[in-house]
Write a protein that binds this ligand. Sequence first.
Ligand code: ZN
Length: 125
Amino acid sequence: MTENSHEHRKEEAVKKADEMFCPSCGEIIKKEAELCMKCGVRVKSPLASLGHELNELGGDKNKLVAGLLGIFLGSFGAHKFYLGKGGTAMWYVCFCWTGIPALIGIIEGISYLSMTEAAFAKKFK
Ligand SMILES: [Zn+2]
């Protein structure tokens, strides 16, 4: 009779490297899982929550922030990251050593700043 419960406990304690405990119900789930299969609660991975925070920070994307990021951090594609265009931003990072992304960033930053709110919103929101 004790054998069964013992086995069960052993099972619970075993957690593989790519697994974690659901913060809501404690079920073992995959680290990449977005949802817990048991309780249905959305599980946030650190990376996902970082993206979420960046989105929160961006909120309604602010053209002033995007413009300033482009002008000052354009060589790293910061404004593209900010606008949710991570794929494009990677090119800026790859070529930041050439100085060209910095130039493009400044031009784009200025163009963001000179846009009307409405035009910016239409393009990026
Ligand atoms: Zn759960």
